[in-house]
Design a protein around this ligand. Structure first.
Ligand code: SF4
Length: 286
C-alpha cells in the first residue's frame, strides 16, 4: 500500500484504504501514485480493516478514505462503506477524501447529499491553476469550469471543500496570468478552505523532464511571493480559511477571508522588502 498520501490536516485521522492509486494518474507534476496501479479494494477487505482498527484503536473520530480519489467509488458503494464506518466508530465526527471533478460529475445532487448526510463532510480537490491553458498543459483531466462546477455542487450538498492551488504552476512565463486566473476560479468556487502549495518538480514526472529540457521554468522565491500577492489581492472570498503554510512554501501564511486580506498583503510586502526572511531552500518540503 506504500507510499500513502493524505492532506496535512488529516494527520490525526485513521486512514482507511478503499481504493489503491488514482483513477486519473496522469497529471504531469504528480509522482504520488506512479508506482501504484489503480484498483478498487474489495469491500470485504475494507470491512476487515475497520474491524482491526476498532480492535486496536478503539473509537475513532476522524477517518480519511484513501487513496488518490476515493470519491471515484459509486454512491452506493460509498454509502455502504460510510455506514460501516459509522457503525464501527459511534463517536465519528467526520470523514474526508480526495475528490476530483469527474468523481463529482458522475454523481447526482441527491447522491452527493446522501453521501454528505452519511458523514463524508470534507473533500480535497486539486485545482492547481485557474488558467485553462495551464490546466490543459498539466493534464489535469478536467477543465477549470468542470472543477468550479464540482466544488459548487459538492458544497451545495454539504461537503466542505478544501481546494489546493500550486504557486509556480504557470511557470515563469505565465506567472501573472496563472495568479489572476487562479484567484478568479477560487472566487467562483467559494471553497471553505483555500490552500496554496509551491510547485516542486519530482524526479520521474513529466514536469521534471520539462524542467530538464528547458520547457518549464521554475519561479524564483521572490516571484512566488509576487504570485501569492496577486492572488490575495484578487481573492473575493466571503467566508474561507486561507492556508499558505505548507512545507513547500517560502513564506508560511494563514488567515481568514475576507477579514485578513490587508494583514496578509502587509506580511507579503514585508517579505518582499526583506523585513521578513524566507524559508531557506533546504528547509522546504514536498
Ligand atoms: S488527480 Fe491527483 S493523485 Fe491523481 S495524478 Fe492528478 S494530482 Fe496525482
Amino acid at each position: 500500500m506504500e507510499p500513502v498520501f493524505r492532506p496535512p490536516s488529516e494527520a490525526n485521522s485513521y486512514l482507511l484504504p478503499v481504493t489503491t492509486g488514482c483513477s486519473h494518474n496522469d497529471c504531469t507534476y504528480c509522482a504520488m501514485y506512479l508506482a501504484k496501479r489503480f484498483r478498487v479494494r474489495p469491500e470485504k477487505e475494507v470491512l476487515e480493516d475497520l474491524a482491526m482498527a476498532k480492535a486496536t484503536l478503539g473509537d475513532v473520530r476522524r477517518v480519511f478514505l484513501l487513496d488518490g480519489d476515493a470519491f471515484v467509488l459509486s454512491a452506493r458503494k460509498l454509502l455502504r462503506i460510510l455506514a460501516a464506518v459509522r457503525e464501527t466508530f459511534p463517536g465519528l465526527q467526520r470523514v474526508g477524501a480526495y475528490i476530483n471533478a469527474a468523481n463529482v460529475a458522475a454523481k447526482t445532487d441527491d447522491e452527493l447529499r446522501d453521501i454528505a448526510d452519511a458523514g463524508l463532510t470534507i473533500g480535497y480537490l486539486g485545482l492547481e491553476s485557474g488558467d485553462p491553458e495551464t490546466v490543459t498543459r498539466i493534464r489535469k483531466g478536467a477543465s477549470v469550469d468542470e472543477m468550479v462546477e464540482a466544488v459548487r455542487r459538492a458544497q451545495a450538498a454539504g461537503i466542505r471543500m478544501s481546494v489546493m492551488s500550486l504557486l509556480g504552476m504557470g511557470g515563469r512565463e505565465h506567472s501573472l496570468r496563472h495568479a489572476r486566473a487562479t484567484a478568479a476560479a477560487l472566487n467562483r468556487m467559494q471553497p471553505r478552505f483555500a490552500a496554496f502549495l509551491t510547485v516542486t518538480p519530482v524526479e520521474g514526472t513529466v514536469l521534471h523532464e520539462e524542467l530538464d529540457e528547458g520547457r518549464f521554468e521554475l519561479i524564483t522565491p521572490e516571484e512566488s511571493l509576487r504570485e501569492l500577492r496577486e492572488i490575495v489581492l484578487h481573492l473575493e472570498l466571503a467566508g474561507s480559511i486561507f492556508r499558505a503554510n505548507h512545507a513547500s512554501n517560502y513564506l508560511p501564511l494563514k488567515g481568514r477571508f475576507p477579514g485578513d486580506r490587508e494583514r496578509l498583503l502587509e506580511t507579503i510586502d514585508a517579505a518582499l522588502d526583506g523585513r521578513i526572511s524566507l524559508k531557506p531552500e533546504y528547509l522546504r518540503g514536498l
